[in-house]
Design a protein around this ligand. Structure first.
Ligand SMILES: Cc1cc2nc3c(=O)[nH]c(=O)nc-3n(C[C@H](O)[C@H](O)[C@H](O)COP(=O)(O)OP(=O)(O)OC[C@H]3O[C@@H](n4cnc5c(N)ncnc54)[C@H](O)[C@@H]3O)c2cc1C
Length: 321
């Protein structure tokens, strides 16, 4: 067990987690943030224009400035992936992939959404070596190459257009058979700069130190083929990867963590905030507010554990829910 017992462990280092850390640390709580990175989805937004008080800012810059603010109040950070959660007597334990276990009186789950993956051999191994989940971030690294975009719809088409703008030849791999209707893409495909491959699924991503090819299957004919590419952009949207908390807190049919208006989950002492929750609207300012709410609720829960006065008398239900 590392670092003694914390008052709260926050899982996730983007706008929800960092805002929770800010509020919790500022209340004098001993705070640990366990996160894979700083910024999460927010870091993928090149320009945020709807965060109150700031006319325009890159998402990563916004996240980093909240982090600096958090550090001034003494929160600690561990860069790791949380993979397990359990309840001991009066505490909770978060287990991580690499650095071990951490224990706290309360937990705030703020681990947002993660790009959907293909779950095929070669994918994990070649991330950052040709496999990408973010055309906005990585398109400039692939000038004049052959790349595949896996996915369909506005999100995927934006990626295709961006990759085309960098002079790449782009294959669109789509498991359905809908026709291309976007005029720009139709024009590009008539010039063979965009090749549309309907009814296709990726079976494997191949390459030793970087992506060399993908193995495909046509799901109509069952025919398999190999396509030489330098990059694979998986553009299939985002999902709440909540498998590791399933059964511990209640999830909705989309796998999102169900919370009440105080950020409480189905398990007293465990709170949640941001895009990982069942909140309908997924926006930075909403995640920030949810983070603040979860932190104040965690604070009141701890006050109650310690028999100290609460800020509001009706918050007695935090423990007995
Ligand atoms: C391209 C793009 C543009 C956007 N533009 C805007 C915009 O203009 N305005 C706006 O308001 N919103 C915008 N959004 C939405 C906004 O980014 C999200 O609503 C916001 O980032 C959600 O914040 P979050 O803290 O809940 O989670 P996320 O930003 O999803 O971050 C999750 C955090 O948790 C970490 N994490 C995940 N799993 C684990 C784990 N198991 N263990 C440890 N850490 C983990 C991640 O590393 C990350 O730090 C945009 C999103 C995208 C993708």
């Amino acid at each position: 067990m590392s670092g003694g017992i914390y008052d709260t462990i926050i899982v996730g280092g983007s706008v929800a987690g960092l805002s929770a850390a800010l509020y919790a640390a500022r209340q004098g709580l001993k705070v640990l943030v366990v996160t894979k990175d700083i910024g999460g989805q927010l870091a993928l937004a090149p320009q945020i224009e709807n965060y109150p008080g700031i006319k325009a800012v890159a998402g990563l810059e916004l996240a980093q400035s909240i982090k600096e603010q958090v550090e001034e109040f003494g929160a600690e950070f561990v860069y790791d992936e949380a993979v397990g959660i359990s309840q001991l007597n009066n505490t909770f334990r978060i287990s991580t992939k690499v650095s071990g276990d951490y224990e706290a009186l309360t937990i705030i789950l703020a681990f947002g959404k993660t790009p959907r993956s293909l779950d095929v051999p070669g994918e994990d191994r070649l991330v950052g070596r040709g496999v990408s989940y973010c055309a906005i971030c990585d398109a400039p690294l692939f000038r004049g190459k052959k790349v595949a975009v896996v996915g369909w719809g506005d999100h995927a088409f934006k990626a295709v257009k961006l990759l085309r703008a960098y002079g790449n030849k782009v294959y669109i791999i789509h498991r359905g058979e809908a026709k291309l209707t976007d005029e720009e893409l139709i024009k590009d495909s008539s010039e063979m700069n965009v090749i549309y491959m309907p009814n296709s699924v990726v079976l494997e991503i191949k390459g030793d130190t970087k992506v060399r090819s993908i193995r495909l299957k046509n799901i109509k004919t069952n025919e398999e083929s190999e396509l030489e590419v330098d990059g694979v952009f998986v553009e299939m949207g985002y999902t709440a990867k909540t498998d590791w908390v399933k059964g511990f807190v209640q999830l909705n049919e989309n796998g999102e963590i169900i919370t009440d208006k105080l950020g409480m989950t189905s398990r007293p002492g465990v709170f949640a905030a941001g895009d990982v929750t069942d909140m309908l609207y997924k926006q930075a300012v909403i995640s920030a507010a949810q983070g603040a709410i979860a932190a104040l609720s965690a604070y009141n829960y701890i006050q109650q554990l310690r028999g100290r006065p609460l800020r509001k008398s009706d918050w007695g239900k935090l423990i007995e829910k």
